[in-house]
Design a binder for this molecule. Structure first.
Ligand code: ARG
Length: 458
């Protein structure tokens, strides 16, 4: 029998239940549903719509249900329509008539909007904590590799020298922005929809501010139609998680490449690697491949909800029940990805010698060689051309710029002296880029310090 039996008989075809019931996924909001109901009941008591005694019975009953679910003494009945129905029915079963008063001046439409907001706010905090930990891992590993020179790339072609520390701290900056975005999203999520009723508010003199205060919300919604049908906060979270997963996916792609024999910049710890069932030599970076792959799911979750919402007339429509599986999947995926990348990164073994070799092989100090000429008075455009010719000269002879004898340098230009070798030394090239935000060890150390300070205050 359904909660809403009355207008209809309430006995429904099992195929309707199969499509209509949401308890299979919304049961994970039991705590928020109960906490929200306690706040609502206290408010009903405060304004005199229910008696002090009824309020106490309800609050005690709900606390008992919460405690029993948490210690495994009460199993959530998966044949109920949704978690709201289950909690209310269980309450009435336990305390009788007072339980039937809980839903006064409330609809499941404003109730579910409240529950999701509460659930998401909790989850956002959790994701932020995990993102902070991964950012801290980037800082830790970067600190050990301030002078580990490696090629920086554009077009995936070796471009200019950077350091591993600089490279990793780029990802830390992305995560800092993700953390900031999630914090913003949380602020907008904590706006109270309760009091919107089914769509048109209610005739009872509710104290909405009191409910908001009890639940730690920042304010109340100002239009009942919008209050029950707004899912912007959910879309914002899915957008924020999509952007964050895009960052994790880019980093994962780097690790996949760097694990290849062609790069061999890193070897992942054995307990964070997998093997092949047939090829005995294989050690595979499955973690980063999966994070890269799972990113698509989160983008899909965002598309699912955008599409579900795009043609809905005001106010609540059952289509909106589709928000939950998309949200839960995106949160679970982000949670899993952040949780596994942090220890994988902390235990990875980077190979500075291989990075240095790759950095030495690609003429990535050519810009610095041209800059050397500029410092000696040659206009940059001329220095650029002459250096290009010298690179070609070296390629034809199988030499690097560091190996080219000074006599050969001087054939190109008489500005060259012995000090050119120091000027194009890769660590010199990196160290001279010491502007804030640059790859010089001193600049990267400052970025690490600033990043740690931001994590601490975020
Ligand atoms: N399970 C529903 C949801 O997730 C709860 C709201 C039901 N409201 C209704 N009018 N049937 O959206």
């Amino acid at each position: 029998m359904k909660l809403w039996a009355g207008r209809t008989g309430g006995d429904v075809d099992e195929r309707l239940s199969a499509i209509n019931n949401s308890i299979g996924f919304d049961s994970r909001m039991y705590k928020q549903d109960i906490t929200g109901s306690i706040a609502h009941a206290k408010m009903l008591g405060k304004i005199g719509v229910i008696t002090e005694d009824e309020k106490n019975q309800i609050v005690e009953g709900l606390n008992g249900i919460l405690a029993d679910i948490e210690r495994g003494a009460l199993e959530i009945d998966m044949t109920c329509e949704d978690i709201h129905t289950f909690v209310e029915a269980t309450l009435t079963e336990r305390i009788g008539t007072a339980g039937k008063k809980l839903h006064t001046a409330r609809s499941r439409n404003d109730q579910v909007a409240l529950d999701i907001r509460m659930y998401l706010a909790d989850q956002i905090e959790h994701v932020i904590a995990l993102a902070k930990d991964l950012t801290a891992a980037f800082c830790e590993v970067a600190e050990q590799h301030l002078e580990t020179v490696m090629p920086g790339y554009t077009h995936l072609q070796r471009a200019q020298p950077v350091t591993l520390a600089h490279y990793l701290m780029a990802y830390a900056q992305m995560l800092l922005r993700d953390i900031e975005r999630l914090g913003d999203c949380k602020r907008r999520t904590l706006v109270l929809p309760l009091g919107s009723g089914a769509l048109a508010g209610t005739t009872y003199p509710l104290d909405r501010e009191y409910v908001a205060e009890q639940l730690g919300f920042n304010g109340i919604s100002l239009n009942s139609l919008d209050g029950v049908s707004d899912r912007d906060f959910a879309l914002e979270l899915l957008s924020d998680l999509s952007i964050m997963m895009m960052h994790l996916s880019r980093f994962s792609e780097e690790i996949c490449l760097w694990c290849s024999w062609e790069f061999k910049f890193v070897t992942l710890a054995d307990n964070f690697s997998t093997g092949s069932s047939i090829m005995p030599q294989k050690k595979n970076p499955d973690i980063t491949e999966l994070v890269r792959g799972k990113t698509g799911r989160v983008f899909g979750d965002l598309t699912t909800l955008l599409t579900a919402m795009k043609a809905l007339p005001l106010a609540y429509n059952k289509d909106m029940q589709e928000d939950k599986e998309a949200l839960f999947d995106a949160i679970d995926t982000a949670d899993l990805s952040l949780s596994v990348l942090a220890p994988m990164l902390r235990t990875a073994n980077f190979h500075p010698a291989n990075m240095k070799k790759a950095a030495a092989g690609g003429f990535i100090n050519a810009t610095d060689c041209a800059d050397y000429m500029v410092r000696k008075g040659v206009p940059f455009r001329d220095a650029y051309r002459v250096t290009g010719q010298r690179v070609k000269y070296c390629i034809d002879r199988g030499l690097t710029l560091d190996e080219l004898p000074l006599t050969d340098y001087r054939e190109f230009s008489l500005v060259f002296d012995e000090d050119v070798y120091d000027a194009i030394d890769l660590l010199t090239c990196v160290s001279q880029r010491s502007l804030p935000g640059g790859p010089a060890p001193s600049a990267v150390k400052a970025t690490i310090d600033a990043t740690r300070a931001k994590i601490a205050e975020a």
